[in-house]
Design a protein around this ligand. Structure first.
Ligand SMILES: NC(=O)C1=CN([C@@H]2O[C@H](COP(=O)(O)OP(=O)(O)OC[C@H]3O[C@@H](n4cnc5c(N)ncnc54)[C@H](OP(=O)(O)O)[C@@H]3O)[C@@H](O)[C@H]2O)C=CC1
Ligand SMILES: CC(=O)C(=O)O
Ligand SMILES: [Mg+2]
Length: 591
């Protein structure tokens, strides 16, 4: 080591050198960092006020060429930037041009992540102004591929990693995060990333992506958002063997060891950020998801997006679709492929809403809803062996082994895919469904696109243009027999940003099912006649900030009504209040 250093410095030992010497060229090495040998300790000095060079490298404050002449003078930026001064709009146009030139979605994703790390406000301006174009880049489907390759594309940490190594020190880890006023945490343990399975620590792409939507779609300040990945290992053998894997190289901890780390995390969050921080559970496997939600639902402000957010968005789509397919909710029969978090979560909210509408007990309305899992139709003869969340759906019926058999036996009017398995709505299934429904409602919820139960083209073609179709990941409009069909996106991204904003602005301390119903209703109300004419059951994402403000207002109103809101007095106009709280990505002027 020493001999290498001597060669570099022309033979003089670094230890003999005057630390202030500039003989070697360059500026004075005030801190002695350049003179230190590789085994000597140095202090990572930094400035506490962002200015000059460090301002350009601070993503929260950087504006690049948009710094004004006055700002360049007062913030020591002269010479650090070329002379041109441009507008934020011009910066946006330039970046959109270059992002559009990338053919590979993952390149677009990486360009967006690089922008987020370089200039946060510009990132959010792009995302807000071009939401329909960029949502598939920062969110499903591309975020799925990004998680699969996260180890290779990882540049900088974008959230907190809490692994088993941090057991006993989780509170200290939270304190390492640079922001103090956290309002929303999205946390995953990476075990069920979209329909892609266990991606371990690489699941971090999901909390990062969800929180960027919290800001862009729901207006929660980026500094108030904290992405967290809990790393208890992975059972994904390929990742364990992959030299670029960034997580713990061990099989998943389970049982008490798992529960203890999660409990330490939940306790530390409340201790560090208080009672009103929202913890959104995301992409946990169902054997943990239901337990965590039940366990912490009474002590923390928790929300499971896959169970509750998905339920709210799908109920909204179904209610909106009634305008097109006719009848009331209780007139319909629902069949699900997939009886996990999404499937049973949606089923329960549909049954709850039906019960509210008809005044029938929920035990009765559940009978309008049927689910198929990997072993076939869920029926009473299977009850003993079923996981607890499936038991309420074990209705009286003879066993049916697959979805086609179930479609024939149950004759549903609404078919919902929540299995995580692609191409499971076959031609025969859609044709059979269309044989007894004038307008079948088909929702292929599984993400990313590769896992969608069918494509838009398949749904429209096999139903001869009669299906009302929506999917979890977006599909392009499709022309069939001279008519253009526009598929909707049934994705919880419509709900969670506005839902979370509603909780934050009301200072809610608990989530209640009635808030999910309120969010669902608020979303359904935003579907216009023009949307219905195109076969859409969701409003376009281009209006999402207005939609989110309305959802937030409805959720907040419900929080006040239920007595769980702590922000008092209640603002008179909650929509206006929600709008006034929303983050804007427009650059600030610096004094
Ligand atoms: N559009 C949206 O907003 C959302 C979409 N999703 C998507 O939904 C999918 C499922 O998520 P989630 O519910 O959390 O996952 P879970 O793992 O909790 O549930 C999956 C369910 O699908 C069943 N299943 C798996 N393979 C088959 C098969 N070949 N035939 C029949 N059933 C099968 C499983 O059966 P068994 O129980 O027997 O193993 C299980 O009941 C994912 O792809 C996810 O991306 C999730 C949340 C939101
Ligand atoms: C959208 C979502 O939350 C999921 O696919 O898991
Ligand atoms: Mg999810």
């Amino acid at each position: 080591m020493e001999s290498t250093m001597k060669e570099i410095r022309g033979g003089a030992s670094v230890l003999d050198m005057d630390p202030k010497s500039t003989v070697g060229g360059g500026v004075e090495d005030v801190y002695g960092e350049d003179c230190a040998t590789e085994d000597q300790l140095v202090t990572p000095w930094t400035y506490s006020v962002s200015s000059g060079y460090s301002l350009l490298r601070d993503p929260h404050h950087n504006k690049g060429l948009a710094f004004t002449e006055a700002e360049r003078d007062s913030h020591y930026l002269r010479g650090l930037l070329p002379p041109a001064v441009v507008t934020q709009q011009l910066q946006e146009n330039k970046l959109m041009n270059s992002i559009r030139k990338y053919q590979v979605p993952l390149q677009k994703y990486m360009a967006m992540m690089e922008l987020q790390e370089r200039n946060e406000r510009l990132f959010y301006k792009l995302l807000i102004d071009n939401v329909e174009e960029l949502l598939p880049v920062v969110y499903t489907p591309t975020v799925g591929e990004a998680c699969q390759k996260y180890g290779s594309i990882f540049r900088r940490p974008q959230g907190l990693y809490i692994s088993l190594k941090e057991k006993g020190k989780v509170l200290d880890v939270l304190k390492n995060w640079p922001e103090r006023s956290i309002q929303v945490i999205v946390v995953t343990d990476g075990e069920r990333i979209l329909g892609l399975g266990d991606l371990g620590c690489q699941g971090m792409g999901i909390p990062v992506g969800k929180l960027s939507l919290y800001t862009a779609l729901g207006g929660v300040r980026p500094s108030a958002c904290l992405p967290v990945t809990i790393d208890v290992g992975t059972n994904n053998e390929e990742l364990l063997k992959n030299e670029f894997y960034i997580g713990l190289r061990q099989r998943r901890a389970t049982g008490q060891e798992y529960a203890d780390l999660l409990h330490e995390f939940m306790t530390a969050v409340k201790q560090n950020y208080g009672e009103k921080v929202l913890i959104q559970f995301e992409d946990f496997a169902n054997h943990n998801a239901f337990t965590l939600l039940a366990k912490y639902g009474t002590t923390h402000l928790v929300f499971n997006d896959d169970i509750q957010g998905t339920a709210s968005v799908v109920l909204s789509g179904v209610v909106a679709a009634l305008k097109l397919i006719g009848g009331s909710l209780a007139d319909h029969t629902f069949l699900f492929l997939g009886a996990g978090e999404a499937g049973t979560g949606i089923a329960e909210l549909i049954a709850l809403e039906m019960s509210k509408q008809t005044k029938a007990p929920v035990e009765e309305t559940r009978k309008k809803v049927w689910l198929v899992d990997s072993k076939g139709l869920i029926v009473s003869s299977r009850k003993e062996s079923l996981q607890h969340f499936k038991k309420p759906w074990a209705h009286e019926h003879e066993p049916v082994k697959d979805l086609l058999g179930a479609v024939k036996a149950i004759k549903p009017t609404v078919l919902i895919g929540s299995s995580g398995v692609g191409r499971t709505f076959t031609k025969e299934i859609i044709e059979t469904l269309s044989s007894f429904n004038e307008k079948p409602l088909v929702m292929a919820l599984s993400n990313p696109t590769s896992q969608s139960e069918c494509t838009a083209e398949e749904a429209y073609t096999w139903s001869q243009g009669r299906a009302i179709f929506a999917s979890g990941s977006p599909f392009d409009p499709f022309e069939y027999n001279g008519k253009v069909f526009v598929p909707g996106q049934a994705n919880n991204a419509y709900i969670f940003p506005g839902f979370g904003l509603g909780l934050v602005i009301s200072g809610a301390i608990r989530v209640h099912d009635d808030m999910l119903l309120a969010a669902s209703e608020a979303l359904a109300k935003q579907v216009s006649e023009e949307n219905y004419d195109k076969g859409l059951i969701y409003p376009p994402f281009s209006n999402i900030r207005k939609i989110s403000a309305n959802i937030a207002a409805s959720v907040a109103a419900k929080a006040y009504e239920l007595g769980v809101a702590t922000r008092l007095p209640r603002p008179a106009n909650l929509v206006k209040y929600a709008e006034s709280c929303m983050y804007s990505p427009i650059y600030r002027s610096y004094r």
